[in-house]
Design a protein around this ligand. Sequence first.
Ligand code: M6R
Length: 633
Amino acid sequence: MCGIIGYSGRRPAVPIILDGLRRLEYRGYDSAGVVVCGAERLLGEKERGRLDNLVRLLALRPLAATTGVGHTRWATHGPPSKENSHPHYSQDETFAVVHNGIIENFHDLRRGLERRGVRFRSQTDTEVIVHLIAQGYEGDLLEAFRRALEQLRGAYAVLLVSSRHPDEILAARHGSPLIVGVGEGENFLASDVPAILPYTRRAIYLKENRVARVTPAGVEVYDLAATARGRGARTSDGDGAGDGAARAARLERSSTTRVVTIDLDIKAAEKEGFDHFMVKEIHEQPRAIEETMRGRVRGGEVVFDDFPLSPARLRKFNRVSIIACGTAWHAGLVAKFAIEEFARMSVDAVISSEFRYANLVLGRRDLVIAVSQSGETADTLAGVREARRLGATVVTICNVVGSSIPRESNAVLYTHAGPEVAVASTKAYTTQMALLLLFALRLARARGAAPRDRVAAVLEQMRALPGMVRETIGNDRTIRQIAAKYHKVYNYLFVGRRYNYPTAFEGALKLKEISYIHAEGYQAGELKHGPIALVDGSFPTVAICVRSPVYEKMLSNIQEIKARGGLVLAVASKSDRRVSRLVDWLVRVPDTDECLSPILAVIPLQLLAYHVSVRRGLDPDRPRNLAKSVTVE
Ligand code: M6R
């Protein structure tokens, strides 16, 4: 999830690009770069770290031009470094691209290009794009662009500039957002609205598989499938910006390309119209899960490109310990069930601050999985160091490429959730669970512990996850009503079993951290051993009662609570007909395999915490006493 911007007009491009990047920094901030079309050649600068580093550099070495593109990066392939920063250039530096998304087949493309003598300068997936363009260029930039795009699998929003076509930017969208800002004698491109708002409120939301050609004089939009038939196959054309009324009239007639007026202010636009980052990030989950799975499921198997642990090595481990803090630990608890079920290995999921000071019995046959959104959590980092000192192998599940924990691990798998701004973790959690499940299946296959068809069946259901998550978010209205009714309650209990007792823990954590309401998460079987004493008519229990081997047991637990006059809010499967008869409020989630159900069941709990917090007049994005990343012990 990077930020990209393009400008083609009559004004100096760099200040506009930098201003746009500043407004897109929430999309990524590990490095930034710009390239402009100079009088004879492309001129660019890039720098690691926050945008300010690039701004300082450009103050010393200004770039003068009126067309250019910029990028602020959130690393997915290759750590944050100057070489991996965008833009990426062709060998002769006449073409440059910036990109947001993931190119799934970049390994194969890179190998092919290397065989043809191309020397790569970065570890990114993006660099293949610019080399493909350079190789396919025979004088027609649009055609070379099309040929390159045709070879890409994955997701992209990509901008291309060339010193041979100094007044134009080509842009394409497939799976990653891209908008065209329409001005007077100048036009813009951006991955998100806030970047263009100070300059124009007229925009084209580029649809899937569209290519745009942007110049100071106008905007032409092409259908990628149609351009494949040749340049004459333009489906809609100039918007009229600085290009005469005829073009505008033709654009208005187009059924597929519309100029719309944006009426958001900049602050609202950063949050894509949502009131807070937390709720925006909850809504981003379908896409975040899709990105996390992208390119990792092929032919009914899990494939991790560049993963250094071979199947033979994975077979040698006889025990797994998962270490993490807070929400990441809850993802680890879910993973414990998945690894035990599929890989048939014994798993411990331990809170990092306990792990680091435990009398650890670890050695060469131990696999330690560290889970961390930020990759900087001090206790988890210390646990990783200790595990490695004792000879264990450490695999990290992380969201921030190049952060400390991945750097100190033997292997890393990244969740591609994009930056998580809100302190309360939401999309990082669901993507951690999805990736840990993929890892469990990979481990299972390497060890011959799970039949191919069982793994393929789970992966098939995982494909449907983004849609099911979207459907679950659709319960927002009901959850708002629940929040309206129960936001003044002082205590909550959350209960679940097996794969979903961690969901109960997570629901309780979400509520307490952003609503300051006391909440406890319990394994439902533990109720009778103490917590049921708390239950009375004013005390809500949130019960996770989805289809699973312990469904009947959960029903009994709910009945026990009801028998004591308790109030029950349940999360149940869509096909369920029994829970609804027992409980006070019900939120339904799509039916799925038990191992995937925590990814769906937590969403109503995230929304509940969010709406309760808002109802209580709090700021869910910045809860008191908490920091996003806990880098001290
Ligand atoms: O960056 P990490 O995943 O290592 O952070 C771990 C916890 O600090 C984090 O999950 C915390 O519990 C969140 N605020 C929960 O929403």
